[in-house]
Design a protein around this ligand. Structure first.
Ligand code: ADE
Length: 225
């Protein structure tokens, strides 16, 4: 999977991706994360990428020219999708993460300041995605959320146990929350591990986990039931 991130703050993307599992994914050649800075494409003599809004109002708006030229400079694979990170977009979900993990290339456009000149939407027709009903200062954190959650669904990304299959919201649990997990020690500060998990009876453990998963969903997220 190739991620091409259009961002004015490439270091935010790079510093996250060069740690932990994303770093391993890059080393294993499962993902590639490129950053492209619209400022490098600005034809303004001061390399500006934003300007004041027509009609007045606070803040600055990202101008068309650097974004259009930056987007057009990216080599497109056959099976790519162009995504704008914006609070106005469709709400991101596990299903969308799985859907997008089947693409060959994702071009992720991060906004900043007061937003984009509307003609970026009209002219480049991105798919607009929001990671939730709150406003971030920029799209970089949202792009990283997508990179992280989409990559988890790629073959061999998480290692051979592939725990993405049992994660909360995964279709493997029919959209319910994940069952509770325990590890050593057997008793911690008087709190024991449930006996059933030590029984070795895999069928009963499976039933117990399904029940726990449903109970957890009912109490924490009844909207998912
Ligand atoms: N940019 C600013 N806020 C955002 C959000 N909630 N989702 C995606 N991109 C954003």
């Amino acid at each position: 999977m190739i991620y091409d991130v259009i961002t004015l703050f490439p270091n935010i993307i790079k510093s996250y991706c060069l740690e932990s599992i994303t770093k391993r994914g890059i080393e294993k050649n499962i993902i590639k994360v490129n950053t492209i800075n619209p400022r490098d494409f600005s034809k303004d003599k001061h390399k500006r990428v934003d300007d004041t809004p027509y009609g007045g109002g606070d803040g600055m708006v990202l101008t068309c020219q650097p974004i259009f030229d930056c987007y057009r400079s990216i080599e497109k694979k056959e099976n790519f999708e162009f995504i704008m990170l914006t609070p106005q977009g469709e709400k991101f979900s596990q299903n969308t993460a799985i859907e997008l993990s089947k693409k060959e290339q994702l071009i992720l456009l991060c906004g900043h300041y007061e937003g984009f000149d509307e003609r970026i939407r009209i002219g480049l027709k991105p798919r607009e995605i929001s990671i939730g009903d709150y406003i971030l200062t920029g799209g970089e954190l949202a792009a990283l959320v997508l990179i992280d959650s989409i990559s988890r669904n790629l073959e061999n990304y998480l290692g051979k146990e592939n725990s993405a299959k049992i994660d909360s919201f995964s279709p493997y649990l029919n959209g319910a929350l994940e069952y509770p997990q325990y590890t050593k020690p057997r008793i911690f500060e008087g709190m024991p591990v449930p006996d059933i998990l030590l029984s070795g009876n895999h069928k009963e453990i499976q039933t117990y986990r399904t029940l726990q998963s449903l109970q957890k969903t009912q109490s924490k997220r009844p909207d998912l039931m």
